[in-house]
Design a protein. Sequence first.
Length: 329
Amino acid sequence: MVTAKAWVMKKHFEGFPKTSDFDLKEIELPNLKDGELLLESVFLSVDPYMRPYSRRDMKEGDIMIGTQVARIVESKNPAFRVGAFAVGRSGWRTHFISDGKDLQLLPSNWPESLPRSLALGTVGMPGLTAYFGLLEVCKMKPGETVLVNAAAGAVGSVVGQLAKIGGCKVVGCAGSDDKVSYLKELGFDEAFNYKTVTSLDEALRKASPDGYDCFFDNVGGEFTSIAINQMKKYGRIAVCGAISQYNDSVPQKGPYIQVPMIFNELRMEGFIVTRWNNRREEGLKALLKWVVEGKVKYHEHVTEGFENMPLAFIGMLKGKNLGKAIVKV
């Protein structure tokens, strides 16, 4: 008999989540049935999507949603061997039982030199979000100018690097000078701290006087209201996230976007990466290859200890992470 620890959402978040909104529970797991396997979480992910999805998909008392890299410790399923690693979507828990249908084994050619936690970041859902958002929604072309906000985060940092691989000029913004320095290390052509510029409009114009062909939007709110007026004719906007609005108690009221949309004949499309689940292997193969070749660099913000899941989540929502936020059990 295995006892799992799990973090539950004690009450729905009001404004920024607080540690008191969570509760740590112990759950006795049953013995395995034929076809099942027992997994032990090694790395867990904290991501911005958890904030709005918790309101939409969870009820109070549910285990917090989320993804982990887990090691198989017992198996009664011949397709899964003990000791293998898999990505699962079983929420904030230390151990869980699966029938294997909801698991993705790490690629057999995963290099020993790479941390397996990358399967939650650059070579996982955030990387795939950047990959398909750029290729299928923005439809970037060589020579174009790409703008990405929250550019030092798990998705944005990959967006910028893939755009450079694709032959584009890349402008990124982030919320600290350290993050801006990181963006320049990654090869961004222009980068600035949106918290310290006197005018976001002027900063965007200075970074690309001719405007932007593609805008990969992770932030929404006021940033988008300003940036949309600097899009080029037939520009494309991929709406990936709206982290500036996730913790609002009162919805923001922004300017209307119809005039710039009409005058510049823009295309603005929201997307969720699961749309391309049938091409997941294609994306992961490309991302892993670029990481191994050194064309895509990564940075992980690792918090030690399962007991610190809520603190890691809250810190990520406040922008304290550089790159992908990970919890190591």
